[in-house]
Design a protein around this ligand. Sequence first.
Ligand SMILES: Cc1cc2nc3c(=O)[nH]c(=O)nc-3n(C[C@H](O)[C@H](O)[C@H](O)COP(=O)(O)O)c2cc1C
Length: 283
Amino acid sequence: MDVCIFYFSGTGNTKWVADKFVEKFSYKGMDSAAHSIELLDKAQIKNLAAEARVLMFAYPIYGSYMPEPMKKFIDEFPPLHLHNEIAVICTQMMFSGDGAWFYHSVFEEKGYKLKWTYHFIMPSNVSVKVFPLPYTADQLKIKKVLAKCEHHIAKAVDNINMNIPSITGNSLFSYALGLLQRPFYKKYIKRPFKSPLKADPAECIKCMRCIQICPESNIRLIDGEIVFGTECTLCLRCYNFCPKTAILAYGVKHNKKKPTYRGPEGFDPSLIAKRKDLMDFIE
Ligand SMILES: Cc1cc2nc3c(=O)[nH]c(=O)nc-3n(C[C@H](O)[C@H](O)[C@H](O)COP(=O)(O)O)c2cc1C
């Protein structure tokens, strides 16, 4: 295989980018595949790393940081093969500075030198009311952002196909931007972390969707109540995909007049999340 993409995607944007890469690689006659890291076991990861020439790691940016599930995945990644080359891509709504480059030392400690890093602007998935950032759930508007992003993906595919190295996010300016916003998010990265999310008992119908789709298995039903643990990665999947918009962020209800962000059209989080035996999550 030419390229194997390992992605973490909270709300569908990064999955969309990974799938677009696969589509565009195929137009170039390159063999590639995209895998949700939530669905892979150790043996599969080892086989994929051995089979593929380029290993691509893709994740959304959270305050210029990498999401915890992706960090764990990279920390536990098997040793590289001589034929492996590394690409890191991140998706973001606006900027992260050095979001894709920041972890180069983590990769280097494991002996991986980054050959490609890219940052792709995608729609915002931050639809919580307490952070009054602009977002849209209108698929026509979302498609406009995706069209621009697709153009950038095509350029990245050209570089990887022609084996031309391309690093973005490693300038002093990018570093300064990352440095600027990381202190605000530092507390969210530390573990254990008390999630600012909570199910509203008055609205929650205990459908268990949040438990099923949480990538960190951080939500349980205890004594009939939905309870968040200390491993939340803030992907907002539970918040955005709750059928009753019953998740409170910092105690604040979602504005019912506006739908939450549900990713590019057709995205279904249960297809990229590990299937759980619900009985393990009920106490
Ligand atoms: C907790 C959190 C923090 C975020 N921080 C940033 C940020 O610092 N810069 C940015 O441009 N986008 C930021 N975003 C937006 C996401 O990175 C962006 O929408 C991403 O494409 C979502 O990808 P996903 O749908 O694959 O989860 C943040 C999103 C969340 C949930």
